[in-house]
Design a protein around this ligand. Structure first.
Ligand code: ADP
Length: 195
């Protein structure tokens, strides 16, 4: 099973991705997690790439397609992703969609479904500010959050209609308890896949 999960910042993609990956026994691959791993290097010895990634993330912008596509291509080449995967937070730009299409075509593979986790942006700011207190993510300041939302609207929201035109989009209401939303996703996905 090859799945994508998309949605605005704070919609709960990461949390749901982990649950779904366990359920379908596929790796959850989060570009946000990969970039956080790169950015957390000790500033004294950090590589230029690590410094650049941290700077961009802290303002809420996107890492370049070139870097992002390269990292994803490498990750999808690992043995655990050969039988399926759930991509969380990728693709986010037209260029990333194109790159993913190419990666899949090379493997004669296709995406089975794209989960769209829907939530009202204003409610999400409050959720993200709460997460900032709990987890201390450096890109959860109000300014970075607003910027991430704007970048999402400008560069990523349109990708949903692209996948909808491909007949792959499964829309799910992302508001509610974690388990409740998880069950909603599984029900919508099962209905879609067996239709
Ligand atoms: P959120 O969905 O809450 O914004 P993520 O963990 O998915 O959080 O992403 C955090 C940050 O990592 C993004 O704001 C961006 O800077 C970077 N990032 C993650 N995925 C991508 C991607 N596909 N392309 C470019 N930048 C990305």
């Amino acid at each position: 099973m090859r799945l994508l999960i998309m949605g605005p910042p704070g919609a709960g993609k990461g949390t749901q991705a982990k649950g779904l990956a366990a359920r379908y026994d596929i790796p959850a691959i989060s570009t946000g997690d990969i970039f956080r791993g790169i950015a957390k290097a000790d500033p004294a010895t950090a590589s230029p790439l690590a410094k650049q990634v941290k700077e961009i993330m802290d303002t809420g912008g996107y890492i370049s397609d070139e870097i992002t596509n390269g990292i994803v291509a490498e990750r999808l080449g690992e043995p655990d992703a050969a039988g399926g995967f759930l991509l969380d937070g990728y693709p986010r730009t037209d260029g990333q969609v194109e790159a993913l299409d190419t990666m899949l075509a090379e493997d004669n593979a296709r995406i089975d479904a794209v989960i769209s986790l829907e939530a009202d942006q204003d409610q999400l700011v409050g959720r993200l500010l709460k997460r900032a207190e709990l987890e201390g993510r450096s890109d959860d300041t109000e300014e970075a959050i607003r910027n991430r939302q704007q970048v999402y609207v400008e560069q990523t929201a349109g990708l949903l209609s692209l996948y909808d035109r491909r007949g792959l989009l499964v829309r799910v209401d992302g508001l509610g308890e974690i388990d409740e939303v998880g069950e909603r996703i599984v029900a919508a996905l099962d209905a879609y896949l067996t239709a």
